[in-house]
Design a protein around this ligand. Structure first.
Ligand SMILES: C=C(O[C@@H]1C=C(C(=O)O)C=C[C@H]1O)C(=O)O
Length: 113
């Protein structure tokens, strides 16, 4: 199996390092935008501020990504820290999206006209 860590090119200059990082950011940013799109979907489907943060789901994601990181030759502790920080950002975004959808007319659950 080819692991992500084995794809890292040996660099002798900072410019090479930054080229490598930029190339990966070109892949990551569209994926993060797409992931954010599911926060908008979650906000609409949950339609309840109290359901936005789901600790069980957060832990399930951590339990899934730690072994994935290890299998790719990465550090599971680093991956957990990244995911916890990222999910905090997405939870804040999901709250913002729910507020935006409500301002656009989404009725709170149980208050249909
Ligand atoms: C998208 C959800 O809402 C929140 C955002 C999560 C995420 O960034 O993956 C995970 C858990 C939730 O607190 C969800 O509940 O699945």
């Amino acid at each position: 199996m080819s692991r992500a860590i084995d794809k890292v090119r040996h660099c002798t200059t900072l410019a090479e390092v930054r080229d490598g990082v930029n190339a990966l950011d070109d892949l990551l940013v569209p994926l993060l935008v797409e992931r954010g799109g599911y926060m908008t979907q979650a906000a609409r489907v949950k339609n309840d501020e109290g359901l936005v943060r789901d600790e069980a789901r957060i832990q399930a994601i951590i339990d899934r990504v730690r072994p994935m990181a290890e299998a790719q030759g990465g550090d599971p502790d680093l991956m957990e820290r990244l995911y916890r920080a990222m999910m905090e950002c997405y939870i804040a975004y999901e709250h913002d999206e729910l507020a935006r959808l409500r301002a656009k007319g989404l009725q709170p659950k149980g208050e249909h006209a």
